[in-house]
Design a protein around this ligand. Structure first.
Ligand code: BGC
Length: 761
């Protein structure tokens, strides 16, 4: 070949390389629309690379489920280098995230950045109260702010995606994950879902302090039979549409970018393989254009369920049903390419999934700056900052519910008192962090003991009384409960005998609720009930502070102990929040987001149940809906909670009594603070549709307002009802507003209030 020809060939090669380089970078052009950028990128992707985007691995140093047989650290790194990993979970900290991102961006052919997910459930390192507790605040601004600060801290640690919020409705206290949701009520659940999604995502997803959120677990996970973790859920269309789906729909409406499916079967179909849920409803009727991640290994578990023959079959079923990303099943990466090549899976399904995943990555701005969440300076400044602690303290105080306060034993006097503080949980700095606190360092909560020590005017004596658990408390292992050691009882009794007031902090340790923590008993674990009774025998001035991740059934305490404070697991600032409430520096305003049963046998118990044909004992015989050994009402109803002041409700008014369909109904009520302290009240509105084509609940929350009232002050609280509140879904999934009478009730809890009526023509 002569020199001239060689030069020509060289020039041609350079020309094509330049063109293809320019092409390969075109998706990085910020001025182009996201959909076009996705197309430009996808046009260059091989099938392997596409499937890679659908693969999520866990950083092995933190796992939240059983580890698969494959998946060594080396294999994961190899796969990242090949561009076979679209997402990692539980890799956290700017240094680690940066290191992994660097491989994806600099060593793979196309340099597609990884999206980093993490369970930011109630905070990252600085923890807010558990989600159920936050819901007890009924303070949507506070809940949104709690998610916002959590996003701030998590994003500063390199993360850009949280596996939250959990929007599962649950009315079964046996189920450990009831702690992660907003409780039993769908209306409250809808509001809280929206607050959390908007808190995490903010108004600009591409900002470096907002993160993509994930509505989970889709769907009906909270209705696991018998409250048994991972168990099946069975329910009809009407219940699914009226109770379970609305918080998910609210999350979509609020712009949630991802969904997680769930471990359970719903009516016999594993949610992960459920086309009706994921394709027909979520991506069809609701037009959701983000992506769905499986739950941990839930694709692989379809084989164990008996829904798929093997890993290949499970992968085909999952992708067909609309599960876009495989969390830790290690199956998509292994099977999907073959399944497309042999014609079992249509490549269009892969393209759809990849487009969804890339869309969120583009929206986060990861293609513009893959290291945007990896600012070590910012991480240092934000993590555990004073502002962060102030925010979680604020949320913690608002989450406390005063259940009983006979004789106004609370608030405690600030001086001249001898106070005995009893219970291992009072000095525990770990347990108040609750479950789902993977990034928080052990023992970083302010204990109740420390919080109370801040008040110096009284003499404070601490006695453990008894241990609740033995050994280390770990996320991945069973908690060992102490039932045998009574050695601290005598010292506790002595301290009680010498005290003016006894504060007992009793309940569950942090890891007694959360995933895989179902219980069949709802009393105080171990020998704490015996300790409570022994101490009460000696000194009746007991204030019981409860720590728990679920409703507890404590009939003896409710009857005997003069004051009970529901303090859940309140996160990093637990002790300060509890002390400020006990001493009256914060007047409690929380209301239960879930019914507290009298006994475990009542579960599931919820205020908005359907009417039976025999609800009341109208005749003198046994043939009515009741228990022969217990009242059927809850110990503490949904919406219940006291204050150090009192409120009076008067003058429930409606703007008229007859309406035509489509009209808005205006209601108002006067609420007066009749006590001696300023306070806040959650004014709640319930409706009941007494005759309908599908039997409606005895009562349904359809509005609430958190109002602040100075002592003596009266405010008029207004509500508006529209078709959105008055209708319901029937068994075909159609939304109906039916003519007829409606009952309405406004009050401070679900079982009491002023009543009225109106009619829709
Ligand atoms: C849980 C999810 C969680 C995931 C990742 C699973 O075991 O069910 O809620 O997001 O683990 O940690």
């Amino acid at each position: 070949m002569n020199k001239f020809l060689k030069q020509i060939i060289n020039l041609i090669v350079v020309f094509f390389v330049t063109i293809s380089c320019a092409q390969s970078k075109m998706h990085l052009d910020k001025d182009k629309a996201i959909e076009e950028r996705i197309t430009l990128l996808m046009d260059q992707m091989t099938l392997d690379e596409k499937v890679g985007q659908m693969n999520q691995y866990n950083g092995s140093w933190d796992f939240t489920g059983p580890l698969p047989e494959s998946g060594s650290e080396e294999e994961k790194y190899e796969h990242i280098k090949k561009g076979w990993v679209g997402s990692m979970l539980s890799v956290r900290g700017t240094d680690k995230v940066r290191a992994v991102q660097k491989i994806a961006v600099e060593e793979t052919r196309l340099g597609i950045p990884i999206i980093f997910g993490f369970d930011v459930i109630h905070g990252y390192k600085t923890l807010s109260p558990i989600p159920l507790a936050e819901a007890a605040s009924w303070d949507l601004e506070a809940i949104k702010n709690s998610a916002r600060v959590a996003a701030d801290e998590a994003s500063a640690a390199g993360l850009n995606w949280t596996f939250g919020p959990n929007v599962d409705i649950s009315n079964d206290a046996r189920w450990g994950r009831i702690m992660e949701g907003a409780g039993e009520d769908t209306y409250l659940g809808v509001k809280v879902a929206k607050a959390r999604v908007t808190g995490f995502q903010g108004t600009d997803l591409s900002a470096n302090n907002t993160i993509a959120s994930c509505a989970k677990h889709f769907a009906a996970y909270g209705f696991a039979e018998a409250g048994l973790e991972y168990n099946s859920a069975e329910m009809g269309t009407s219940k699914l549409y009226n109770v379970v789906l609305p918080p998910f729909k609210a999350a979509v409406d609020a712009g949630v970018r991802t969904f997680m499916n769930s471990f359970n079967t719903l009516n016999g179909v594993p949610a992960t393989g459920d086309t009706f849920l994921q394709r027909d409803i979520l991506k069809g009727a609701w037009n959701f254009n983000g992506y769905v991640v499986s739950d941990w290994a839930s694709i692989r578990e379809m084989v164990v369920h008996g829904y798929a023959a093997d890993g290949a079959d499970a992968s085909a079923k999952a992708v067909t049903a609309g599960s876009d990303m495989d969390m830790e099943s290690h199956l998509y990466v292994k099977e999907l390419v073959k399944l497309v090549e042999d014609g079992t899976v249509d490549e269009k399904l892969i393209d759809d999934a990849v487009r969804r995943i890339l869309r969120v990555k583009f929206e986060l701005g990861l293609f513009d700056d893959p290291y945007k969440y990896c600012d070590a300076e910012r991480e240092k400044a934000v993590t555990g900052s004073e502002a962060m602690n102030d925010a979680v303290l604020d949320m913690a105080k608002k989450s406390i519910v005063l259940l009983k306060n006979d004789g106004n034993i609370l608030p405690l006097k600030k001086s001249g008192q001898r106070i005995a503080l009893i219970g291992a949980l009072a000095a525990d700095k770990n347990s108040p962090l609750g479950s789902w606190r993977i990034a928080a360092d052990d023992n970083t909560a302010v204990s109740v003991l420390e919080g109370m020590q801040e008040y110096k005017g009284n003499t404070l004596v601490y006695e453990k009384g008894t241990d609740v658990s033995l050994g280390q408390q770990l996320f991945v292992q069973e908690v060992k409960i102490n039932s045998e050691d009574y050695s601290g009882f005598d010292a506790a009794k002595k301290a009680a005998s010498e005290a003016d007031v006894v504060v007992m902090v009793l309940g569950e340790v942090g890891f007694q609720s959360g995933e895989a923590r179902s219980r069949t008993e709802l009393g105080l674990p171990g020998n704490q009930q015996e300790l409570l009774e022994a101490v009460f025998e000696i000194n009746k001035n007991v204030v019981l502070v409860l720590n728990n991740g679920r409703p507890l059934a404590l009939p003896w305490a409710a009857e005997n102990v003069p004051a009970i404070v529901e303090a859940w697991q309140l996160g990093t600032q637990t002790g300060n929040a509890v002390a400020q409430v006990l001493y009256g520096d914060y007047n409690p305003s929380g209301k239960l987001p879930v019914s507290f049963p009298r006994s475990v046998g009542q579960c599931p118990i919820y205020y908005n149940h359907l009417r039976t044909g025999r609800p009341v004992n109208s005749q003198d015989n046994v043939f009515w809906s009741h228990y022969i050994d217990s009242q059927k009402t809850p110990l503490y109803p949904f919406g219940y909670g006291l204050s150090y002041t009192s409120f009076k409700y008067e003058n429930l008014k409606l703007n008229k009594s007859q309406y035509t369909k489509g009209e808005t109904i205006e209601l108002s009520v006067e609420v007066t603070n009749t006590g001696n302290l300023d306070g806040k009240e959650v004014v709640q509105l319930y409706i009941n549709d007494p005759v309908a084509s599908i039997v409606r609940p005895v009562k349904e929350l359809k509005g609430f307002e958190l109002v602040e009232l100075k002592k003596g002050e009266t405010k008029t609280v207004k509500f508006i009802l529209t078709d959105a509140e008055l209708g319901f879904y029937n068994n075909n999934g159609d939304y109906l507003v039916e003519a007829g009478k409606f009952n309405v009730m406004i009050g401070g809890q679900s079982d009491k209030g002023l009543t009225g009526q109106f009619e829709i023509e």
